[in-house]
Design a protein around this ligand. Sequence first.
Ligand SMILES: Nc1ncnc2c1ncn2[C@@H]1O[C@H](COP(=O)(O)OP(=O)(O)O)[C@@H](O)[C@H]1O
Length: 248
Amino acid sequence: MAALTRLSKPTFSSSMASLLRRSLSSSAMASEPNPNFQSHHSSFSRNTNLVRKDPKDRNVQWVFLGCPGVGKGTYASRLCKLLDVPHIATGDLVREELASAGPFAQQLSEIVNQGKLVSDEIIINLLSKRLEAGDAKGESGFILDGFPRTINQAEILEEVIDIDLVVNLKLREDVLMEKCLGRRICGQCGKNFNVASINVKGENGHPAIIMPPLLPPAHCMSKLVTRSDDVEEVVAERLKIYNEKSTC
Ligand SMILES: Nc1ncnc2c1ncn2[C@@H]1O[C@H](COP(=O)(O)OP(=O)(O)O)[C@@H](O)[C@H]1O
């Protein structure tokens, strides 16, 4: 199911958050300038310290790519536990910003509920803040899930961070839709589950796909919620946008 790509390693390592910020400020961003972003942007330029880190002295820095519903989050979170690195999902950062009614919340709610991509400016801003908070706690390494999603984001990432491995997960589109529609989150513990039972016969040389549901424990069962963007119309739009913007 997964295609693995090993990226070449740049020769430097650095403070990822400040580099993302620097790179963002010098990059020609595809999206319109955002008035909220400007105030964050000026604070970014103050933090430009580079910290060199030998790859031997840090944990893995991996990226998981793939369409909505492909299972990036499930596999990334399992591997993160095994490798003892943080699982950083940009979709989660967006949902946290929405839930906390942060400065971008109103704008984000509209974009996410239409299945569109958040601007590179906002997503990099949220990611920089998350990386900085991790740095402060002494985190080392990560698995990034859902970032990069545009060529611009990929170029910025490649410029500023050593990426050891990119995992690109693939699955046929009818199964992706079924998996998105079956996705549930426990409103209390925040864990992801899936009630879809996938059983697709193998045909034309393609293998069968059998994916039993990922059911929650009894104490989560009554607290399950469906993401507002996991409805058929919005999933279809997200899949369309993924094919347009995130594949070459
Ligand atoms: N790297 C990104 N660039 C732009 N928008 C993003 C990015 N990551 C997440 N988002 C926004 O957050 C929403 C939810 O993302 P995510 O949880 O990764 O969903 P999915 O299941 O579609 O992969 C996306 O539809 C998009 O609006």
